[in-house]
Design a protein around this ligand. Structure first.
Ligand code: BES
Ligand code: MN
Ligand code: MN
Length: 462
């Protein structure tokens, strides 16, 4: 590993310059305005992969954004690691809330990142983390220490639900055949408290339209006599939680796999400071399901949240109007045992049931995804654990994340392959928010840790 250290040290600046080039491309998958940029980002990822010395690099077009595939097979008898990541990013708006331009990366120091952090959309989620793998593999190839085969599958649609990835995997099972899937798209607890993500929540995403009168009405002439869709929608949404913040949809919790007392105890022993948490968010109190801690509420319990709500007059001043329509987007985070399709159906059924006759309600469902858990008694997990231990000097804690990467469950189903989530971000890195950033410490630590995974994994597999 001394050889790798020397190589990394000689190339530190270039690693960062190359990542900056990628971060300058606004590869926003959700917005068709950026279609060409998404394509440019795929091209750049492919170029970088070519330069690492992969045997083959290919851009696979889909009906949406392309999937970049690459492989280096040093010996078919050796195990194969498949690296998954995404080069697409979330929209950067609202732009005015950024202190620097989202697609012009700059390094600034922060309290949690005293060595500096890269500020840019995608710096942590996921360009910065995905790019660590390209550099780690580049270094292993350059120094002749790659101990096994490696494949890359880097997609451009993760932030819009990986729409075309399932069919791509189903159609390319042989090509993607591997022993383990390696992903860096999650967090560690803190820079001095490494962790390996052992669970992700699933997702069911709904959109609602409530229609009252056929046009916007004078709120004096008609107010009080005709249902106001915004009033109705607000009340319906409020009724989806009871006073204990339990979700009221019948059957919602039916198949939830509860943790054992032992598992809950271990989970609640993860380092966590509620005061720091509240301070960071500038909130006076937390809120959530009765009977569960903040850690539990944000990882092992299902949730229901309004992501956006609109309707009526929101311009300057006061316009007295009884709106014709109201809309909302609602997401439900799911935990093991919950089937996203079943939950969507339950939601639609219940919402239609509780809606009053005075309005017409349409509920549609967007992309969803299954939750997943990683067992920790496996060779794959051990290799990750040893890798973090080697570079952080501390055994990582298994930790469940609240976010979703639906393709992890899909990989297991379609490719029959387990995923190891070796993330290096922090929960405070503002992914999806203004001023997203990624610590330089985290970036270089990731590049340093990944080759240890390859080494330990190859040894343990023998
Ligand atoms: N990298 C995130 C997921 C994540 C973040 C997991 C932090 C654990 C910790 C991913 O890019 C993401 O944003 N996923 C979406 C779901 C997707 C279907 C749009 C999410 O969690 O909202
Ligand atoms: Mn991500
Ligand atoms: Mn994301």
């Amino acid at each position: 590993m001394k050889k790798l250290e020397t190589y990394h040290n000689q190339n530190r600046e270039r690693y960062l310059d190359e990542l900056f080039e990628l971060l300058r491309i606004p590869s926003v998958s959700a917005d068709p305005t950026f279609k060409d940029d998404v394509k440019r980002a795929a091209d750049m990822v492919a170029e970088y992969l070519k330069k690492t010395g992969m045997d083959t690099v290919k851009i696979h077009p889909t009906n949406g954004h392309s999937i970049v595939y690459a492989e280096k097979i040093i010996d078919p008898a050796l195990p194969t690691v498949l690296v998954y990541g995404h080069y697409d990013v979330q929209p950067a708006d609202p732009y005015e809330l950024w202190d620097s331009e989202p697609f012009n990366p700059v390094v600034k120091k922060t309290e949690l990142h005293p060595d500096g952090a890269i500020f840019a959309r995608g710096s942590c989620d996921d360009k910065g983390q995905m790019f660590m793998h390209i550099k780690a593999v580049e270094a292993m190839i350059a120094q002749n220490v790659l101990p096994c085969n490696v494949k890359f599958m880097i997609e451009g649609e993760e932030e819009v639900g990986s729409i075309h990835l399932t069919s791509f995997c189903a159609e390319h099972k042989e090509l993607l055949k591997s022993d383990v899937i390696l992903v860096s798209d999650t967090s560690i607890i803190a820079n001095d408290i490494p962790s390996v993500t052992t669970g992700l929540r699933g997702l069911a995403y709904m959109e609602i339209e409530v229609v009252g009168p056929n046009i916007d009405l004078h709120s004096g002439t008609f107010g009080g006599a005709v249902a106001n869709p915004i009033n109705v929608l607000s009340k319906l949404i409020a009724s989806l939680h009871d006073d204990n913040f339990h979700i009221t949809i019948p059957g919602f919790y039916d198949n939830v796999i509860e943790l054992s007392e032992e598992e809950r105890k271990a989970l609640n022993e993860t380092p966590f400071d509620l005061d720091v948490y509240k301070n960071q968010l500038d909130i006076d109190d937390v809120q959530g399901e009765k009977g569960y801690s903040t850690i539990e509420r944000a990882s092992i319990r299902p949730t229901l949240d309004v992501n956006g709500i609109w309707g009526g007059y929101i311009g300057e001043g006061a316009k007295t109007v009884l709106p014709s329509k109201a809309n909302a987007k609602i997401s439900m985070r799911l935990v093991p045992g919950q089937d996203p399709e079943r939950i969507s159906d339950l939601f639609i059924k219940y919402f239609n049931e509780i809606a009053p006759k005075s309005v017409k309600v349409t509920v549609t469902s967007h992309h969803g995804g299954w939750p997943s858990v990683t067992p920790i008694d496996t060779v794959e997990y051990k290799a990750a654990e040893q890798a973090y231990t080697a570079t952080f000097g501390k055994k990582p804690i298994p930790a469940r994340a609240g976010g979703s990467i639906p393709i992890v469950a899909m990989f297991e189903k379609v490719l029959g392959c387990k995923t190891i989530l070796m993330g290096f971000g922090l929960n405070t890195d503002a992914i999806h928010s203004p001023n997203e950033h990624y610590g330089l410490f985290n970036f270089y630590k990731g590049i340093e840790t990944i080759p240890y995974f390859y080494q330990y994994y190859s040894e343990l597999k023998k």
